[in-house]
Design a protein around this ligand. Structure first.
Ligand SMILES: Cc1cc2nc3c(=O)[nH]c(=O)nc-3n(C[C@H](O)[C@H](O)[C@H](O)COP(=O)(O)OP(=O)(O)OC[C@H]3O[C@@H](n4cnc5c(N)ncnc54)[C@H](O)[C@@H]3O)c2cc1C
Length: 513
């Protein structure tokens, strides 16, 4: 019985989404505020102050999307809390009005995770951006979730420590968004992704209660609920404070640029470095089209005649760094590297990294639109996977720029296109689906770091069994039995029936029909 109802709702959802899907780049206007919103907004204003709540079309439009190509978000009133107490108040008001709540950070997510579904109250966490407390001796700092990743690391610099996970969006993305997406970054190869750097999280649950998950002791007792929360994409509660691990700055760092005239040699070098027992702090790879776009944009000093470049960084005690970099240079030469260059000083190192971190922005010089993919594949199959990606995009007559965290097999093929060309959107989506299928067939996973959001929600059943998905829905329900937190994300529609019921009730004329 449950299965029949779920399937019917899933079909209805697809039909409604299909009929509302827009093509092209034209902005989707925010839907008009609805009658119930006035009373809801008035209560929110009474709870946290009139200057902290906006219901106008511009604010709701801006809060309706993230950096993905998903354009169907529909925000209710947007709140800008200053404190945990404000968040609690907003959650309680929303609950009284039977409305869901969607938290958002900087909106740099690439899977539609922050796109609100069903006109929920949106909590924009960017005003909660303080570094609350630093304890260098114990290697921990408490921060508010809206602090920008790079601002945190800059604030820590005088203490000789940093926050290790460094997404390429770190100049904009927030720690709350990083926690929700369990974000990675170039230096996560050696240091681990966000989950390894979050010791505890203060969370506001959907009934307005405040809990702290995890603690600062070396061996916390009980279930690792902190671990369950990290990566839960805003569906288990709202992070209002985060205890992050501080990593000592390494005594020595060496950054190398390895250039190849064959992509396969570059990919094989990655596997050979790891097989040799070296774990660099980062191994990033870019193919020729990406290198040329980056040079055009950021003048990072990459050779445009190379078919692929590897940016490799080693850090640690000076002696070890020197030995590791010599071994890496030797491996690269064995795989026919055209050149092996070591950054001579901090300026050159910063320029090399600026090139890598501007790769997505640089695509704007190639085509007006891009669809950034994120799958992860076994590192040993990188060569085969790259060949398959080129074959797929050629078949769909698209342009691909490859840039990725090669060390951990996390691929980011960027499909560059012009959505004004009839049929381009469809070709991009079809190629994207094939890339996902191919990555899974190669033994990979749906996402390396950008999350599932709405973008890959319906692909979840390719990777997880019905039983797995039901258990995931139950875990989520143990945090949020009301399905009020960021509903409609991650779990395929057949496994989030109560989500859909909540969305339908709150938005009779909205996305869910
Ligand atoms: C150019 C570019 C480069 C990128 N590079 C990387 C990369 O190298 N590695 C990587 O992992 N990602 C990368 N990303 C993706 C993105 O930056 C990350 O997913 C980032 O963590 C999102 O942070 P945000 O503050 O923008 O969150 P948002 O996009 O606003 O939200 C992301 C998710 O977090 C939830 N959320 C936000 N705040 C909270 C909170 N306080 N409590 C609970 N849930 C919350 C939202 O509901 C949503 O589900 C990149 C994106 C861009 C545009």
């Amino acid at each position: 019985m449950v299965r029949v109802v779920a399937r019917t709702l899933a079909e209805a959802t697809r039909r409604v989404l299909g009929s509302r899907r827009r093509t092209g780049r034209g902005p989707a206007a925010a839907e008009p505020a609805q009658a119930g919103d006035a009373a809801l907004a008035a209560d929110l204003e009474a709870a946290i102050g009139a200057d902290r709540v906006r219901s106008d079309a511009a604010a709701r439009y801006l809060a309706s999307r993230d950096a993905s190509i998903y354009r169907e978000g529909n925000a209710g009133p947007v709140c800008y809390p200053d404190s945990t107490a404000d968040v609690v108040a907003c959650v309680q008001v929303a609950a009284r009005h039977g409305r869901a709540v969607s938290p958002r950070g900087a909106g740099t997510g690439l899977a539609g995770g922050a796109a609100p579904l069903g006109r929920p109250v949106v909590l924009s966490m960017t005003r909660m951006d303080k570094l609350l407390e630093i304890d260098v001796d114990n290697g921990v700092a408490w921060v508010q979730p809206g602090i920008v990743n790079l601002d945190l690391t800059r604030a820590l610099a005088p203490h000789g420590v940093h926050y290790a996970p460094d997404p390429s969006s770190q100049a904009a993305c927030t720690i709350g968004g990083n926690v929700a997406n369990n974000s990675g970054g170039p230096h996560c190869l050696a240091y681990g992704v966000t989950s390894a750097h979050v010791l505890a999280v203060e969370v506001v649950l959907s009934d307005g209660s405040v809990v702290t998950l995890g603690d600062l002791s070396a061996e916390p007792v009980g279930y690792d609920l902190r671990g369950a929360f990290v990566g839960s994409e805003g569906m288990c509660g709202i992070a209002t404070a985060v205890a992050v691990r501080l990593t000592p700055d390494p005594p020595a760092v060496r950054t190398m640029l390895l250039c190849f005239d064959d992509v396969s040699d570059a990919a094989a070098t990655v596997s050979a470095i790891i097989a040799d027992g070296i774990v660099p702090a980062a191994i990033e790879m870019m193919d020729q089209r990406c290198v040329r776009a980056v040079e055009d944009f950021a003048q990072a000093g990459y050779p445009e005649d190379a078919a692929a470049v590897l940016l490799v960084e080693v850090d640690g005690p000076a002696g070890g760094v020197s030995i590791a970099s010599e071994r890496i240079a030797g491996i690269a030469r064995r795989y026919q590297a055209m050149s092996v260059r070591t950054a001579a000083d901090e300026d050159e190192r910063a320029r090399l990294w600026k090139g890598r971190k501007s790769a997505f922005g640089a695509v704007a010089n190639v085509m007006p639109d891009y669809y950034l993919h994120d799958t992860v594949v076994p590192r040993t199959r990188l060569v085969e996977v790259l060949e398959s990606i080129y074959e797929i995009v050629d078949r769909y007559d698209l342009i691909v720029l490859n840039v990725f965290h090669a060390g951990d097999g996390n691929l980011h093929p960027i499909l560059a296109y012009d959505s004004r060309v009839p049929g381009a959107d469809e070709r991009v989506h079809a190629a994207g689906r094939e890339i996902i299928t191919m990555s899974l067939d190669m033994g990979g996973a749906l996402t390396g770091e950008h999350g599932i959001g709405v973008e890959k929600r319906e692909h979840m059943s390719r990777m997880f069994s019905e039983v797995d998905l039901d258990q995931q829905a139950r875990l989520r329900a143990s945090f949020d039995p009301y399905c009020r937190m960021n509903p409609g994300k991650v779990l395929p529609s057949a496994h989030s029936c109560s989500d859909i019921a909540a969305l339908r009730a709150s938005d009779a004329s909205g996305v869910w029909g």
